[in-house]
Every structure is written in C-alpha cells, then in structure tokens.
Design a protein around this ligand. Sequence first.
Ligand code: G3P
Ligand code: CA
Length: 257
Amino acid sequence: SAASNSMGKRHHVENIAHRGASGHAPENTMAAFHKAFWMKADYIEVDVQMSKDGELVIIHDTTLDRTTDGSGLVSEHTLEEMKQLDAGSWFSNEYAGEKIPTLEEVLDEFRGKIGILIELKSPELYPGIEEKVAEALKDRNMDKPRNNKIIIQSFNHDSVIKTKSLLPRVPLGVLAGMSWQDVTDEELEEFATYADYFNPNQNILNPELVERIHDKKLKIWPYTVREQEQADRLLKLGVDGIITDFPEYVYHHPRPR
Ligand code: G3P
Ligand code: CA
C-alpha cells in the first residue's frame, strides 16, 4: 500500500498477514497462509514453538486447547501427536482437517512467494529454539538477506539478541507490548544496536513516538489491526508496515486477485 507520511513523502507500507489472513481462515494454518498469499499480502506472520521431540511447530498459544481439538501444553506433545489434531474446525467446518504446520513446511511452501515474519513465541519455554530456527533457515540457504524476505521477532529481547549471534544477516525485530508505552530514547537506541524493527502494540503509538523510533533508524510494524479505522490511523502516522488479521484493510483499494 502507498501512503503519505507527515513529511508528504510516499512510501510502500508493508502488509503483514497476522498468523496468516486469520480474519478469514483459521490462524497459523496453511489455509490462512495461502489466503494471505492470494490476497497479495507482503508477509505472513507465524508463531513458532517447539514440540516435546524438538520439532518447530506453528501455533500461537502455549496450549492446544483454543485452536485445536486437543488439549494441554504444546511442549508435552510430540509432532506426531500434534499432527493428528484438527486445527481448523474451531474456526468453521469449512476448514475441518487443517493441521498444525511445522516451520519447515511453511518455509518450503512459501519461500520466494511471500515474506515470512517469524515470531519466537515464549522462547524461554523452549531452550535451544533459536538454534533450531537458525538451522532450518541455514539448511535452506535462507539466512542471507538477498534470499527471500525473512524477519525474526520476539517479545523476549534476550532471545532476539541470541538470534543475532546465530543469524547475523537476518533482519530482527523487537516486539513491544503496552508496558513499553514510556520507552525512552536510550532504550530505543539499545534496540537499534541489534534490531531493525520496533514492532509495538498499535495503542502505544502517537506522532511523537513514531518520530523518536524513526530517529533511531528503526522501522515500525505495529500489531494487531482488526478494524479499518485502526489501519487508517496507522497509515496516517507513517508506520512502515501493518500487522493485521485483514490484509484488505491496508489497501486503499482492494487489489484484483
Ligand atoms: O506480530 C506481532 C503479534 O503477533 C504479537 O502478538 O499475541 O498475536 O503473537 P500475538
Ligand atoms: Ca504473533
């Protein structure tokens, strides 16, 4: 999407489909990722966790209950066990039989087609997850900036720093929830020493903060837009990308399929 910021300069605003086009299809499933691709989003956002047997799985909650017909902790189930589960029916019958994808399946299916914003979800629960993600990317030669659009982000900033040492050439983002609404210039400067993106809860953003973040040369991709008015406000503020359940809200005009 093209937008004008307060300086009147037009720039492309990246359209990031949150957990896939999760307003239209069950979050973090291949159906939601394909939908985002068809809707011409620039990136899919995926939440990565680790199974009991050390496989990287794409699911948001640390438990299976909300988005599958299973229950209990992700960390206490093997990949094989989780592959038996239905990750689509909770959303609608139309999606019955959708499976929990692995990170490797998503990389293989979407590399070169759409950008992938990888969130390390609760990495403190999964010792070694940063190494596993690094290995999955290196195996595919996807750890070089010229290859595809891959970004890794986390609310756990120590995990982002660790990822920097493992994948020095992959762009990184720090996620910032409401508790960062009084973030200082010093803290932003520190983030800028290892990250390229500062991705905040949209509700902490105002014109002054946008300017202070940009002064540190960090890009801003706020989350999570679920209404057109929210997208409009952020576009006006001059953000660099918008993480949304509804990619169509980031377009000024729906694009032809
Ligand atoms: O991409 C940012 C956003 O996904 C963070 O919040 O809870 O949806 O993972 P959450
Ligand atoms: Ca996420």
